[in-house]
Write a protein that binds this ligand. Structure first.
Ligand code: PEP
Length: 249
């Protein structure tokens, strides 16, 4: 049985005051008995603040990125060991915004995956197709390639401690969501792809969906056989919505 996971991706939003309001609301609503892992991926600047709320309740701390380098003269970078030092349990890698705006390659993403795991941090690896790719019938090919580009470097065993996120780019921040059937179809493709390397690991792997998830569509999406929760952007900045999304499971 896979334990569901819902991760808030705050992106580059928030400040100390608004974070506090959200975190206090989450703390009042979640506790360790919740049958879902609730993860908060905060901007680097606020990891310390968020970690204060991740001590005794149901919240777990995540970063939104990590450096591909281990340590050294890389001004502005944050290493996996620094994230571990801040008590991060998860980190998002390969988000489409990083692939698109910061030109991150599959090879860099695979290295980041390894850096995180070397520090005991669980990578949340994002894959997803553009609208153009979907319209050209390339969705399955694109997401399988993005997955295999990492898996073939890191080895299938590394997916015992990883989360996969399917995030169709056309659905991120657009208000347009993949239908539960569309999402399920891709999640199954991803699980089957991992199963060609190892069936048990594929069965245990959590694959979450991201792309305009909100309190109205979450239940239908999360009830699909291969959807194990969600990666939530916009709706994670509204306490009531995010709490409802986490509680539909
Ligand atoms: C995301 O950024 O990962 C995301 C899914 O955003 P949104 O929920 O706003 O579409």
């Amino acid at each position: 049985m896979r334990r569901p996971l819902v991760a808030a991706n705050w992106k580059m939003h928030g400040d100390k005051v608004s974070n506090k309001t959200l975190l206090e609301a989450f703390n009042a609503s979640f506790n360790a008995d919740l049958p879902v892992d609730v993860v908060i991926a905060a901007p680097y600047a606020y990891l310390g603040q968020v970690s204060e709320y991740c001590k005794n309740d149901g919240l777990q701390l995540a970063a939104q990125n990590v450096s591909e380098f281990e340590e050294g003269a890389y001004t502005g970078e944050i290493s996996a060991s620094m994230l571990a030092d801040m008590a991060c349990k998860f980190a998002i890698i390969g988000h489409s915004e990083r692939r698109q705006y910061f030109h991150e390659s599959d090879a860099q993403i695979a290295t980041k995956f390894q850096r995180l795991q070397a520090q005991g941090i669980c990578p949340i690896l994002c894959v997803g197709e553009t609208l153009k790719e979907r319209q050209a019938g390339l969705t399955q090919q694109v997401v399988s390639q993005q997955l295999k580009a990492v898996l073939e470097v890191t080895g299938v065993a590394s997916f015992k401690n990883a989360v996969l996120a399917y995030e169709p780019i056309w659905a991120i921040g657009t208000g347009e969501t993949a239908s539960p059937e569309q999402a399920q179809e891709v999640h199954k493709v991803l699980r089957d792809c991992v199963a060609t390397f190892d069936k048990t690991i594929a069965e245990q792997l959590r694959i979450i969906y991201g792309g305009s998830v909100n309190e109205s569509n979450a239940a239908d999406l999360f009830s699909q056989a291969d959807i194990d929760g969600g990666l939530i952007g916009g709706a994670s900045l509204q306490a009531e919505s995010f709490i409802k999304i986490c509680k539909v499971i």
